[in-house]
Write a protein that binds this ligand. Sequence first.
Ligand code: ACM
Length: 269
Amino acid sequence: MKLGFLQMRCRFGEVKANVKKASTLLSKVSDATIVLPELFNTGYLFKNRAELGKLAERVKDGYTTTEMKKIAKKKNLHLVFGMAEKSGRNLYNTAVYISPKGKVEAYQKIHLFDREKLFFDAGKSFKVVNSGEGKLGMMICFDWIFPEVSRILTLKGAQILVHPANLVLPWGQEAMKTRSIENGVFSVTANRIGTEKRGTMSLTFTGGSQILGPRGDLIVSAGDRSESLKVKNIELSEADDKNITSGNHLLKDRRAPLYTSIAKSSGRK
Ligand code: ACM
């Protein structure tokens, strides 16, 4: 199958311009599964929940989903992208999957990063989407630092971790190598580039989008300055081989009864 990412620069609050840019760039490829950054349509540095509420959209029939469905259909693309979701009174940092036929699935970010906790509601469930091309385990940016996420997605059958991101810490891309190796899965991290400034707030996104293989091999990556659309052919069945030596299987060798303290330890509900 063909797997790729779109690394892009986004402008805060300019949903139409961001969606149009993504759509124009995506029109250069076809017949592939492509991952875009987290919150690619709105930008990241919200001042408060009211501002987020004005920019957030319904996943099912909002502007962003409607436009992305058009390009997915036209170019036979499976798309995964990050957007701000409004669902009743709740606001989520969401990754959306769209198939060429218009099927829509959503994952609401479970582990909110830093100021995101001021505005977003946290998601409560994991999501693996069977696209027909591959089984996509959905995670968003800071979810990378919790190995439980990629493990649970793998146990639910994921073959590819699809990872829209707005990475600002220096370790995310490197850590995803371990997430791929420990689970024997492909991963696609799609990051932003550029600096976003809002009043006294400023963040620089680290680029370095990448596709990794199930043994952590780098299949392709982008730099930290330019927009970049990369698509590669992968052999998906490589993610089904969990034998790490002739005597070790990544999943069957787990000692789950010894791990119960992880689930019981203190933390958020
Ligand atoms: C992040 O989770 N956006 C760093």
